[in-house]
Design a protein around this ligand. Structure first.
Ligand code: MTE
Length: 319
């Protein structure tokens, strides 16, 4: 499995543990992972060679827990059971098929309705924005879930720097388009490249992360190296991988899933046990590694932080 990892030998420039996301005790338990990150915290990023394999991938949950006390899903499961249609629709085939994906050099263009458009190299992003560790639940629309310890920085910190204009109402994200490397992009069933979108206030919410790693390791290719979105209160498909473009726009953007099947996948896609998918219930979920199903929580358990964003909206109509 090691050879499937994109290991960028840079640690986040700074780790800011947040008690609200997990406890310091958990950090200490992750000594081999997080302490390694801290030890390198002062190193300025040098270069980003592509895909040397991780020598020591974390074996177990490494002591990470989310704020509900749920342990992190084992690293092995997070990196071998993936949705990444650019490589395959078979979740277990994504890791081997993404092994040769080129993730360096990499740039992210931030543009559109902003005062200061800018194209960032990955090195700039890692050096410039405060990296945090956050353990989030990821609830897939297919009714399985994982708990993932991400490393990343808030999308808000990046957006503040480019200064959205008052006309900007939504943020549109785009995955790299490279059909030679990503054979799934030759499939006629979807409109490529993968696109996603958030309303600007959702994008600015403190939970919304641009993730550059997990388990204290650089982002594995199969999980969206080198940089992906994580929006923990929405179904997993909103969390777009391998981002190269972030555009501030006036109108609600089209998304790959909303275009492919509008009656099944809405723009908002907030986790909602009361709104079934047309073909299955969303009331319960199976945590990867567990046998019994558990009830799905409204907004995936993050209602306190985000329910106010949707006050007055009919969340059954706006699914
Ligand atoms: N991003 C891109 N570019 N392509 C995809 O196919 N799948 C989405 C999302 N982001 C997907 C994507 C779906 S359906 C889910 S559930 C999550 O990624 C899965 O993330 P993971 O493989 O890291 O668990």
């Amino acid at each position: 499995m090691n050879q499937n990892l994109s290991a960028v030998p840079i640690r986040p420039s700074e780790i800011t543990p947040k008690d609200v996301y997990f406890s310091r005790r958990d950090f200490i338990k992750t000594a081999g992972v997080a302490a390694g990150s801290l030890a390198l915290a002062s190193c300025a990023p040098q270069a980003l060679p592509d895909s040397p394999a991780s020598e020591n991938p974390p074996a177990t949950d490494a002591g990470f827990t989310d704020e509900l006390g749920d342990p992190a899903t084992p690293y092995n499961d997070i990196t071998n059971y993936n949705n990444f249609y650019e490589f395959s629709t078979d979740k277990e085939a994504v890791a081997p098929l993404s092994a040769g994906f080129t993730t360096s050099p990499w740039t992210v263009e931030v543009y559109g309705l902003v005062n200061k458009p800018k194209t960032y190299g990955m090195e700039d992003l890692l050096a410039k924005f405060t990296q945090e560790e956050r353990v989030y639940r990821l609830r897939c629309v297919e009714a399985w879930s994982m708990v993932i310890p991400w490393t990343g920085f808030t999308l808000a910190s990046l957006l503040k720097e480019v200064e959205p204009t008052s006309d900007a109402k939504y943020v549109r994200f785009e995955t790299v388009h490279r059909p030679d490397e990503m054979k799934g992009q030759n499939s006629p069933f979807y409109v490529w490249p993968y696109q996603e979108g958030l309303r600007l206030d959702e994008a600015l919410n403190d939970l919304t992360l641009l993730a550059t790693g997990l388990y204290g390791e650089p982002m594995p290719k199969q999980d969206g190296a080198p940089i992906r979105l994580v929006v923990p209160w929405k179904y997993g498909f909103k969390s777009i991988k391998s981002i190269v473009k972030i555009e501030l726009v006036r109108e609600q953007p089209n998304t790959l899933w909303n275009t492919a099947a509008p009656n099944e996948y809405g723009f908002y896609s907030n986790v909602n046990p009361d709104v079934p998918h047309p073909r299955w219930s969303q009331a319960t979920e199976r945590r990867i590694g567990e046998f019994n199903r558990r009830p799905t929580l409204p907004f995936n358990g993050y209602a306190e932080q985000v329910a106010s964003l949707y006050q007055g909206m009919d969340l059954k109509a706006n699914y």
